[in-house]
Structures are given as structure tokens and as C-alpha cells.
Ligand binder design. Structure first.
Ligand code: FPP
Length: 258
């Protein structure tokens, strides 16, 4: 894409109406590699470039939260060699990127069953989170060994324990009680969810949090996803009318008042 087209796309974005939180299901690394006659891990390695581009462009625009689905609970069932290679890549990337994250004032965060990660991965991840914890331009969250059902189950267990101990009445359980125990507690819900590779599934990702998110499906494989693709997704998002269950007329009235 020419530099000119890139800039003109960026200029179409209304910076006053950016989604505060963008979540991405990064899909298609394997198929992209296969299409080039390369091993799957080559696709994952190339996916790191796309991770960098997405984080950089989201931060540059002023997006406050970017959450990336990097490894699902179900991904553990992949061939051992691929899982090991992914864990090594993750470890290397975390080690390499701390300096850049700090330079760009980005805080690293992680959600998921972090105890199930290899010890070294967990250690370096927690260290990187700590080393970037003072940054406040954008929070980059990696979903690792994450699935929505896992998250909801662990929230339900914690809630049940409170009820069991008499700290909470079952009838008092509301939306806030549940959110308190989700791994995303304190973050706004994603307003825009992007999935690459042309698949139109949610694959157990942030099912509670995306109740009102706009869904955007890109045909690009993740390693091909560039800044301009993120801009296009945001422009598409900004063309949609978000009604939150209200009527179109109510929304127009509300916007005119603002
Ligand atoms: C999906 O492609 C991608 C993954 C399961 C892993 C995502 C990992 C990266 C982008 C690299 C490391 C990430 C970080 C944050 C450092 P797929 O393998 O499911 O592709 P396929 O559907 O074509 O097989």
C-alpha cells in the first residue's frame, strides 16, 4: 500500500470517537505459512511483526486498551512441537519487547490461566508486566491459556465460595459481582472485536465482555495484517450506529444533545 493511501486512511478516523478497547483474535498464521510452503511456526514468527504493528498503531491513535488472543485453553491440544515452539516464541518476544514497550509508554498485561504456562514464561511475563506497570498510554493485554468458559467457571467458583462463607447472598449476585471476578476487571469492555483469516467464529474469547462489541472480520491472515487494516476496521466501526438496545431515533436525539 502506498504511503499516501495509508495516510489518507488514517485521516478518515475520527479521533474523538475511537473505540477505547479493541480486542483481536489473531488467526491464520498456519494457513499463511502453508500458502508459502513454510512450516506453521514460520507463520507464528511472522505474526509477531503484525502484533508489533497493531500495538504501535493502536497506541499512536490513542486507543487505551488492546487485547490480543495469543493462546487459547484449547491450543494446548495442538501437536507438542508446535506448542513448544509457540511458548519459546512467546518467551523470546516478551524478553525482546520490554524496551520498546517502555519507549512507547505501553503497559503489558496478561489474562488467562497463567499458572498453566511453563515456569520460565510465567516468570518473564510477570517481570515484563512489572517493568511496564508505570506506563499509561495504552494497556496491551495478552490472552494466554485463556478461554471465556474457563474464566466464567473460575469466577463462578469464587462467587460460590463467597456465598458459602456467608459474605454474599445468592439473590444479590448481579452483573458487577460477576465482573469483579473476571480477569478483565477494571478494563472497559471491548467496543470493537476483530478476527482475521476470514473465519467468523468467536472461539471462546471474551464472551461476557463482548456483549455489545461490534464484530469485524478481515479476510487477511494475521501475518499480513498491517496498520492500514486496523485503520479500515476502525473506520468501519465508526460508520456503525451503536444502539445498545435503544431505537435509532433515541440515539439520534441523544447524539444531538451531546
Ligand atoms: C492463530 O493462527 C494464532 C495463534 C494460535 C498464535 C498467535 C501467536 C502469535 C501471533 C505469535 C506470538 C504472539 C505474541 C503476542 C508474542 P493459527 O495457528 O490458528 O492459524 P491457522 O488457523 O491458519 O492454522
Amino acid at each position: 500500500m502506498s504511503e499516501h493511501l495509508h495516510t489518507s486512511l488514517k485521516e478518515k478516523i475520527d479521533l474523538e470517537r475511537l473505540p477505547k478497547h479493541i480486542a483481536i483474535i489473531m488467526d491464520g498464521n498456519g494457513r499463511w505459512a502453508k500458502s508459502k510452503g513454510k512450516p506453521r511456526i514460520f507463520g507464528h514468527q511472522s505474526g509477531v511483526t503484525a502484533v508489533r504493528e497493531a500495538a504501535e498503531s493502536a497506541a499512536e491513535l490513542g486507543v487505551s486498551y488492546l487485547t490480543l488472543y495469543a493462546f487459547s485453553t484449547e491450543n494446548w491440544t495442538r501437536p507438542r512441537m508446535e506448542v513448544n515452539a509457540l511458548m519459546r516464541l512467546l518467551l523470546q518476544t516478551i524478553k525482546d519487547e520490554v524496551v520498546t514497550l517502555n519507549k512507547n509508554n505501553i503497559r503489558l498485561n496478561a489474562i488467562g490461566d497463567l499458572d498453566s504456562l511453563p515456569k520460565l514464561n510465567k516468570e518473564h511475563l510477570l517481570r515484563a508486566m512489572d517493568q511496564t506497570s508505570h506506563n499509561d498510554r495504552m494497556t496491551l493485554t495478552l490472552a494466554l491459556s485463556y478461554s471465556s468458559r474457563w474464566e466464567i467457571i473460575q469466577a463462578a467458583r469464587k462467587l460460590a465460595a463467597e456465598v458459602e462463607q456467608g459474605e454474599l447472598k445468592a439473590g444479590d449476585v448481579d452483573q458487577h459481582c460477576i465482573e469483579r471476578f473476571l480477569t478483565t476487571f477494571g478494563m472497559p469492555d471491548p467496543e470493537l472485536l476483530i478476527r482475521t483469516s476470514g473465519e467468523t467464529r468467536l472461539s471462546n474469547f471474551m464472551l461476557w465482555q463482548i456483549a455489545y462489541a461490534e464484530l469485524y472480520f478481515s479476510k487477511k491472515f494475521w501475518p499480513e495484517f498491517r496498520k492500514a487494516d486496523l485503520y479500515e476496521a476502525i473506520i468501519d466501526f465508526q460508520c456503525r450506529e451503536r444502539r445498545f438496545g435503544k431505537t435509532s431515533e433515541q440515539i439520534t436525539k441523544q447524539n444531538n444533545k451531546e
